[in-house]
Design a protein around this ligand. Sequence first.
Ligand SMILES: NC(=O)c1ccc[n+]([C@@H]2O[C@H](COP(=O)([O-])OP(=O)(O)OC[C@H]3O[C@@H](n4cnc5c(N)ncnc54)[C@H](OP(=O)(O)O)[C@@H]3O)[C@@H](O)[C@H]2O)c1
Length: 305
Amino acid sequence: MSLYGMFAGKGPSGFGYSSTAEEVTAGLDLTGKRYLVTGSNSGIGQETVRVLGLRGATIVTLARTAEKATEGVKGFAGTFVPVACELSEPASVRAAVQTVLAQGERLDGILCNAGIMALPKLEQKHGYELQFLTNHLGHFILVTGLMDQLKADGRLVMLSSAAHRNAPSVGIEFDNLAGQRSYSAWGNYGQAKLANLLVARELARRWHDTGRVANAVHPGVIQTNLGRHMGSVISAVMGAFGPLFLKSIPQGAATQTWALVHPDAAKVRGEYLADCNVAQSSTAGRDMNLAERLWTESERIVAGL
Ligand SMILES: NC(=O)c1ccc[n+]([C@@H]2O[C@H](COP(=O)([O-])OP(=O)(O)OC[C@H]3O[C@@H](n4cnc5c(N)ncnc54)[C@H](OP(=O)(O)O)[C@@H]3O)[C@@H](O)[C@H]2O)c1
């Protein structure tokens, strides 16, 4: 356990910083439930998939390739349905949507977990900055395509991050979505993670009189493959000292797993969650005008992709 974890308490949910995905699902039988998870082959997404399988669920595992989606769950208990989904390629995301729709089974939950972080230099694809395209637009195509597949009491969980606070002061720079005017590794990651948060808020608003809920998650700070762009010195320091002050992967997977399956989370709507409890986002992260504008702009953008 990390030093912080030794002293961190639990919140109103009964869980907290140190809770693990196994602990938040203890005693739950997810037999007959079906979940879809992006980024299923690595890090906290893979741990969530492992634990959902352990509790009896069927998981549609999305990864960049079918091989990765299959390899990522090797040796895990449970039923897995691997599907290729390269989030930065709209055609791949749309093909994944068609595959999942053709399976014909309704989903109990969708976990938009995949992501890339802090690309050191501006990278563009299809005319958009790559983190915005991958983390936000790719998931936007996926979620809007699968919305009708979600059960009447289904849940959507979006991976945001405390780093959403690093977004530009206006929140989302709609006039700079290719990063053409300015780019920063953390600012643009923050913008994409703010977009993930706002999508959860907006969907929760749209679903307010239904049984469906949508929430966003900051999972904590966890050493995973996400830091691959951070450089070898930082990675070495993280490798040496990380265990002292970071969450473990089982702890990092807890909040999203709790939001996706725990009975107490069924009535939590449009919240930003951290350590398995409701937390406070930035002001921009609560701006429902911004959320609505992002939704409208995203619809327009993906129609052209
Ligand atoms: N780790 C942290 O401290 C932290 C903190 C806050 C938020 N988060 C968020 O948590 C989520 C999971 O991150 P992690 O820490 O578990 O990182 P990770 O180990 O790097 O896992 C990220 C996953 O996303 C997938 N992915 C990346 N680009 C993709 C693309 N273009 N198409 C499809 N899949 C793609 C990766 O696939 P490949 O393996 O093929 O690259 C991988 O499966 C991310 O959304 C991240 O922003 C993490």
